[in-house]
Write a protein that binds this ligand. Structure first.
Ligand SMILES: [Mg+2]
Length: 260
């Protein structure tokens, strides 16, 4: 069976977190055991678009939930953005709309941050957003400073609903400045795929993306040649999948059912 043959090649698992291994802070039943099975086959990387929280914060969060995780087992759109900036815009001064966690992450990566005269503006998931910083970012962008988004998500899930995320900030910024971002780094876009390939060293056909969202996780797999594994424990139901007409390689009721 061609599909089984393809799955047997998988040596690297990119695991979305919210909706995939936990939901609203609760571990999905059987997820820890599934992660251990995946580790026996190869490498597991927890991959998230959330840029309000650092890699170190995720290591702590995962460890508290009983998942073994070292810093190199986690990769966020914030890490992808930092790696992209180092590779293509080394030394450029960045005005960052972001949390202290993201600031620390960029600082640790050696990216020069500034409050005035930036070369670039980066829009992250700034859950500590102030009107003053939002206005400053829009001023720079309106004056012609290029800007990028750490990821495209419009909303971030929280208990009982959603919080406006970077995609929503971007709608406001675009309306105010009439300018578009020059790149987006998180899923489903290329910079985070380049970053993760560099981190793991595995080829696309050896890599499976396991996640709960069609527009980010599954599109990311498709765009980059990864095996796509949709789990139905989060944002997407069986009928959503049917309605979307999207094709994915594997559909699982839960990550717990991964048994290869
Ligand atoms: Mg998710």
């Amino acid at each position: 069976m061609a599909r089984m043959k393809r799955l047997n090649n998988v040596k690297c698992f990119l695991l979305d977190m919210d909706g995939t291994v936990y939901l609203s802070g609760e571990v999905i039943e059987g997820a820890r055991e599934a992660v251990e099975r995946m580790r026996r086959r190869g490498r597991v990387v927890f991959l998230t678009n959330n840029t309000s929280v650092s890699r170190a914060d995720y290591v702590l969060k995962l460890s508290r939930m009983g998942f073994d995780a070292e810093p190199e087992d986690v990769y966020t759109a914030g890490n992808a953005t930092a790696d992209y900036l180092k590779e293509y815009h080394g030394g450029k001064k960045v005005f960052l709309l972001g949390t202290d966690s993201l600031r620390a992450e960029f600082g640790g990566a050696g990216i020069p941050l500034c409050a005035d005269n930036p070369d670039l503006v980066v829009i992250g998931f700034d859950t500590s957003l102030t009107y003053k910083n939002l206005t400053a970012a829009c001023d720079f962008i309106r004056e012609g400073v290029p800007y990028l988004l750490t990821h495209p998500d419009i909303n971030c899930p929280k208990k009982d609903g959603y919080m406006p995320d970077v995609g929503s900030f971007a709608a406001l910024i675009k309306t105010s400045t009439a300018r578009e971002p020059f790149i987006i780094c998180g899923k489903p876009h290329k910079p985070i795929a380049d970053g993760v390939k560099k981190l793991t060293g595995f080829l696309p056909y050896e890599t499976a993306m396991v996640g709960d969202r069609l527009a980010t996780d599954m599109a990311f797999a498709k765009n980059n040649g990864f095996i796509s594994v949709l789990v139905l424990t989060g944002a997407t139901s069986k009928s959503d999948l049917k309605q979307s007409g999207a094709s994915v390689d594997v559909v699982l009721d839960s990550v717990a059912f991964w048994d290869i």
